[in-house]
Design a protein around this ligand. Structure first.
Ligand code: NDP
Length: 267
C-alpha cells in the first residue's frame, strides 16, 4: 500500500494562505489520500529542520522565505537558480529538490490579456524579480516603476527603470501592481496623478494581490479598464507545484479544475 504523503506551506504570515484548500481539494478530487497543512515559520534558519522534522514529502514556500528555501535545496531547477528563489520543494531519495513555479504561473495568468506586449510593473520586490525575466524571455517589453531607487539596482542592466520622480507617463498595454500596497491597507502603488495618466490609456490592469479589490483595481474599474487580481497567478503556480508533488501523474486541466473548486469555497 502507498503511504499517504504530507505537504505544507511555510510562510509568515500564513493564516490567509489559500494553498491548503487548493491542494487538499485536488488530492481529494484526484483520489489521493495525501494531506497539505500550513506552517507558520518564525525563524528563517529553521526552514530545513522543520521540513525534515515534520517528515514532509514536499512544501510550498511563501513570503518571506523563498530565498531561504533556495539556500536549503540540494538540487535546483534552472529557473530557481536564475532568480535565486524557490517556492516549491520536493523530497526525493533524501534530497531536497527546489523549483520556482511562480514565474510560469504568472506567465499563464497574464496570457488572457491578448496582445499585451508593453508591460509596466509597479514595484521591484521579490515577485517582480521572479517574474520579469520570464516575461522578457517570452518577448514582452517590461518597464519597472518603483517608489525608491534601491531595489531598481538589480533590474537596471536588463530593464528600463524609473522612480516616481523621473517617470514619463506613456501608453502601456498592461499595468501590473507588483507591490504589497493595498494588501492590508488602502494605499495605491504609485501616486494617483501618475496612475490617472496611464491607466485610462492602457488595455488592462492586474494586481498580484488576491482576495480583495485593491485601490489600484478600483481605479482600473473606475476607468472601465479590464482587470483581474492575483488569484489566477496563485492558482497556476499551485497547479505547477502539484505537478511536481505528484510527479506529473495528473492532467493539468484536472488539477486546475479541482483547485479552482477549492478556491470557490472562499469566494
Ligand atoms: P517585497 O517586499 O519583495 O517588495 C515590495 C515592493 O512593494 C517594493 O517594490 C516596494 O517598494 C513596494 N511597496 C510596498 N509598499 C508600497 C507602497 N505603499 N507604495 C508604493 N510601493 C510600495 O514584496 P513581494 O514582491 O514579495 O510581494 C509583493 C506582493 O505580491 C504581495 O502583496 C504578495 O502578497 C503578492 N504575491 C502574490 C502572489 C500570487 O500568487 N498572487 C505570489 C507572490 C506574491 P520600495 O522598494 O520603495 O520599498
Amino acid at each position: 500500500m502507498i503511504e499517504p504523503k504530507l505537504f505544507a506551506v511555510f510562510g509568515n504570515p500564513i493564516n490567509h494562505s489559500k494553498s491548503p484548500i487548493m491542494h487538499n481539494n485536488a488530492f481529494k478530487n484526484l483520489g489521493l489520500k495525501d494531506t497539505y497543512i500550513r506552517y507558520h515559520l518564525e525563524n528563517k534558519d529553521s526552514l530545513k529542520e522543520k521540513f525534515l522534522s515534520l517528515n514532509l514529502d514536499g512544501a510550498n514556500i511563501t513570503v518571506p522565505f523563498k530565498e531561504d528555501a533556495y539556500r536549503c535545496c540540494d538540487v535546483l531547477d534552472e529557473y530557481a537558480k536564475r532568480v535565486k528563489a524557490v517556492n516549491t520543494i520536493v523530497k526525493k531519495e533524501n534530497k531536497l529538490y527546489g523549483y520556482n513555479t511562480d514565474a510560469n504561473g504568472f506567465l499563464k495568468a497574464i496570457s488572457s490579456f491578448e496582445n499585451a506586449k508593453e508591460i509596466l510593473f509597479l514595484g521591484a520586490g521579490g515577485t517582480a524579480k521572479a517574474t520579469s525575466t520570464i516575461l522578457k524571455e517570452n518577448n514582452y517589453n517590461v518597464t519597472i516603476l518603483n517608489r525608491s531607487q534601491k531595489r531598481l539596482e538589480s533590474f537596471k542592466n536588463n530593464f528600463e527603470c524609473f522612480t516616481f520622480e523621473n517617470f514619463k507617463p506613456k501608453k502601456f498595454d498592461l499595468i501590473i501592481n507588483m507591490t504589497s500596497a493595498g494588501l492590508i491597507e488602502e494605499n495605491l502603488p504609485a501616486p494617483k496623478e501618475i496612475l490617472e495618466k496611464i491607466i485610462p490609456i492602457s488595455n488592462g490592469c492586474m494586481d498580484v494581490i488576491y482576495g480583495k479589490e485593491t485601490p489600484f483595481l478600483k481605479l482600473a474599474k473606475e476607468f472601465n479598464i479590464p482587470y483581474k487580481d492575483g488569484e489566477e497567478m496563485l492558482l497556476y503556480q499551485g497547479v505547477y507545484a502539484f505537478e511536481h508533488f505528484t510527479n506529473y501523474n495528473f492532467d493539468f486541466k484536472e488539477i486546475k479544475e479541482a483547485m479552482q473548486k477549492g478556491l470557490s469555497f472562499y469566494n
